[in-house]
Design a protein around this ligand. Structure first.
Ligand code: TYD
Ligand code: MG
Length: 476
């Protein structure tokens, strides 16, 4: 019986279909099915290997009888990366590191391997994108403080064929291996170009097996699409133990690393790095830098935020200007656009700060991305301060809190750590939700917070933004 030589695979969820369809039968996404070669043997193996345990005779066991030895983790040499990983790299784990081109994925992974190699652990760096000479050029720049040969001591294999990589892995049995990148390796048996859904899945499945069998920690470097999602099927994210996202703006030196998934730690941790001439450097006291740089001009507000378990002071800046457009601009960087829309609506409804006829720009300084609800109040105060053209009243201050739809200020996690961090950097009178504890200037509602931050303006009539809108209407 003849078998189809090709299948159609969804680039979102990895579901297979014999015929092409407009809509994926697996996840319902449109136009995501791509035709790929199906090598029956390899495909069957790939499926059994995908995320599955290593082939061996399995037994049923009661959890209490299972030895509870703690995970032995390897330090990567960077405290910040260790923290995001949950305390270090776990032997036999598969980590996916995603990020835009030029963000520093190769630099970071080179530095990690250099440290591990110096610490006497076997490593292997597989480069499918760069030649050995190019990798050496980078290594020459990196200052790795491991007491050994540093990045120049890392064994490098420039290879794009999966079978050869597996051979070398079986030969050398390193404790840590970096695949840079997973989209450049291809399994010859499977056919087809590297980077296709089937190839990426097969490569990851085979490497997963090696990781579990040999106890090698494997870091897969992955590209991201323009939208910021990891390129390749989502099954990749299900297969790996840990998904790390490396982000930041290429023009600025700050880089943020966060865990989107972590079987061995928390996903709320994030670390800040700075790209320097000699590689990536951890930014240990980011708050001090951001507070020192904060402008204290109208539109600038310091937010006491939490990056996972760590407090971080960052400046949120806003600009409100009359718009020439029918649909005024809403430009955000560092937080979700929808969150800004919500804050603007609450400001208009409960704070009498109307920005309907204005362009609104909001930026989190330093390229930091805020993922927590506690940022709402800072955005609201920054917009109000910008709309009024007035800086916040009183001594240098900070704020935090989530805004409810009825204009109330809601409690957010770790108020005491946020307050402590603000105090440590000389910011008093932190505007915070009720229940935040001693030392906070508690405001039950947005109106109270606006009164604390911008004082008498709130008791007066409509803020000037409405005047702008009126002027526009007259001009029209
Ligand atoms: P790279 O790690 O190659 O990025 P990726 O692998 O994510 O594509 O590094 C990208 C940029 O970082 C590159 O433009 C040069 C810069 N860089 C430094 O500024 N300092 C350094 O020490 C190194 C190695 C790179
Ligand atoms: Mg690279």
């Amino acid at each position: 019986m003849a078998r189809a030589a090709t299948v159609h695979v969804c680039s979102e969820c990895g579901a297979c279909s014999a015929q092409w369809r407009g809509q994926c039968p697996g996840c319902g996404a449109w136009n995501t099915l791509v035709e790929e070669h199906a090598a029956p043997a390899a495909r069957a193996r790939g499926r059994s290997g995908a995320g599955g345990p290593v082939a061996r005779r399995s037994q049923v066991r009661v959890l209490a009888d299972v030895g509870g030895s703690p995970l032995q983790r390897m330090s990567t040499g960077t405290g910040e990366l260790d923290r995001v990983l949950g305390g270090g790299l776990v032997p036999g784990s598969l980590v996916l590191l995603g990020g835009a081109p030029g963000i520093g994925k190769s630099t970071l992974t080179n530095m990690v391997l250099a440290h591990l190699e110096d610490a006497g652990r076997g490593t292997l760096y597989v480069s499918g994108e760069e030649s050995v000479e190019q990798v050496r050029l980078r290594a020459e720049r990196l200052a790795v403080d491991g007491g050994g040969a540093g990045a120049l001591g890392v064994p490098v294999l420039a290879e794009t064929e999966l079978e050869r990589v597996l051979e070398v892995l079986a030969e050398r049995r390193p404790q840590a291996c970096v695949i840079d990148s997973v989209q450049t390796l291809a399994c010859a048996e499977l056919g087809g170009a590297p980077g296709t859904v089937g190839q990426v899945r097969e490569v990851a499945a085979r490497l997963l097996r090696v990781a579990k069998e040999q106890g090698t920690a494997v870091i897969l470097v992955g590209h991201v699409t323009k939208e910021g999602a990891l390129a390749g099927p989502r099954v990749l994210e299900h297969m790996v133990d840990c998904v790390l996202q490396f982000e930041g703006e290429r023009e600025r030196p700050y880089r943020e690393l966060r865990a989107l998934k972590n079987r061995f730690g928390s996903t709320s941790e994030a670390a800040l790095f700075e790209m320097r001439e000699a590689g990536l450097v951890e930014v240990l006291d980011a708050s001090a830098r951001f507070v020192a740089d904060a402008t204290r001009s109208p539109g600038g507000v310091v937010l006491a935020s939490m990056e996972g378990s760590r407090p971080l002071l960052v400046e949120v800046q806003a600009l409100v200007a009359p718009s020439e457009l029918e649909q005024p601009r809403r430009v955000v960087s560092g937080l979700h656009r929808n969150r800004l829309a919500l804050v603007l609506a609450i400001l208009a409804r409960h704070g009498r700060v109307r920005t309907g006829g204005c362009d609104v720009f909001v930026n989190v300084v330093g390229g930091v991305r805020l993922e927590e609800p506690g940022a709402d109040l800072a955005v609201a105060l920054a917009v109000a301060s910008a709309a009024h053209g007035r800086p916040l009243d009183g001594a240098p201050r900070a704020c935090f809190g989530e805004l409810g739809l009825t204009g109330e200020l809601r409690w957010v996690g770790h108020p005491e750590r946020r307050l402590q961090e603000a105090r440590r950097h000389g910011l008093d009178g932190v505007i915070a939700p009720p229940g935040s504890g001693p030392g906070a200037a508690e405001a039950p509602t947005l109106r109270d917070a606006l009164a604390l931050a911008l004082g008498s303006l709130q008791t007066g009539a409509e803020p000037p933004t409405d005047g702008l809108r009126g002027a526009r209407r007259l001009a029209a």
